[in-house]
Design a binder for this molecule. Sequence first.
Ligand SMILES: C[S@@+](CC[C@H](N)C(=O)[O-])C[C@H]1O[C@@H](n2cnc3c(N)ncnc32)[C@H](O)[C@@H]1O
Length: 382
Amino acid sequence: MQVKLTDFSPDGRAVGRTSDGKVVFVPGGIPGEVVHITPVKQKKSWMSAKIDAIHEPSSSRISPICNPECGGCSWQHIDYDYQLVSKVGLLLHSLRELNPPVISVSRAAEAAVAWRRRVRWHVFGGRVGNRKGRSHEIEGGVCVQTEPPLQKLQAELTRLVASRGTIKMDVSAVRGAEGIHVVIEGKISNRLLRDISRIQGVAGVQHGEKVLGAKSVTIDDDCQISASNFAQASTAGNRKIREQVTLAASRLAGEEMLELFCGNGNLTRDLAAHAESVIAVDTSPGRHPGDWKVVTADAAAYVESHKIPKVVVLDPPRIGAKEVCSTLADKPWERILYVSCDPMTLARDITLLGAEIEYLSLIDTMPNTPHFESVALLRRRT
Ligand SMILES: C[S@@+](CC[C@H](N)C(=O)[O-])C[C@H]1O[C@@H](n2cnc3c(N)ncnc32)[C@H](O)[C@@H]1O
């Protein structure tokens, strides 16, 4: 079946329509291309399909830098400029009903390879790596998106498990100033755990309650992090997000701020440099690098039961902050600074808040993927 691809869906798959009007999602495609496809999954109004042949390729199509089947980077077949333009398109399309203002766009990773400092790999069948797109099979080649120390770790882990095909576990790792911190989930022998802790560049390994070496490492100057905590995927990307947050915080200087979803204080330090005071809330706040007030609580429960200051900062996970924003809609805030990794949930939450966008910025934190961060400064809709 032949289809012309016209758009990207929010998850980065190309989208077209069959001759009978059915929407078709095509991983590996680029808008503008005419492709021959085979359906993989059929529903009443849509289907997903794989490309058999590209009849009219896009001028933005490039050779993928590694295995295009890998589920880690689904946009590696697209040249970087077109990736960035497409991310702007995805953000503006998601916010189209909110009249988004002109946005600032920054390219965050210094290079399109070797930028990722934090990974979660699966181990099975003697392989270590990401799952192939929409499959349980593991792509075991060394990931060129990761920083060189993590590439070495992946190669060493593969060497350790290659002859032990029955080992099944998940490996989270983050590269900090002292080396790599690793967290293992799954069944593992004491011997393998010790061997992993001895890999060159590994600062510490944790498996359940057991810790060999460091419990955490330092990232972004003074944040302590274990591989099971959240951190932005790239150092340069986080720097750009912090620049945008600092810019917004300087506009809101002198106010009390409530920061929800604060993690280990990554943004709190920039807010605290401008705010009168900051209360920072997270279900799992970790060790913060400053002495502002940190509250361990569910964000929705907190806003339900506390007085809300004029300025609120949100940095929720991909699912957004639906309950929090519904509750905040009736509270007397004046400005909200929203850091988001998903433009769809950002649009939903701004609508729930009854807010309009005063300033918007897109930071491309993850090249070769459809993912990016947005920083939006909001005020009440007039
Ligand atoms: C995207 S991270 C942001 C962390 C931090 N702002 C940063 O820049 O590193 C989202 C944070 O939300 C926290 N979180 C997830 N669900 C939560 C909830 N229901 N209430 C409060 N915090 C939550 C997680 O622990 C995580 O630290």
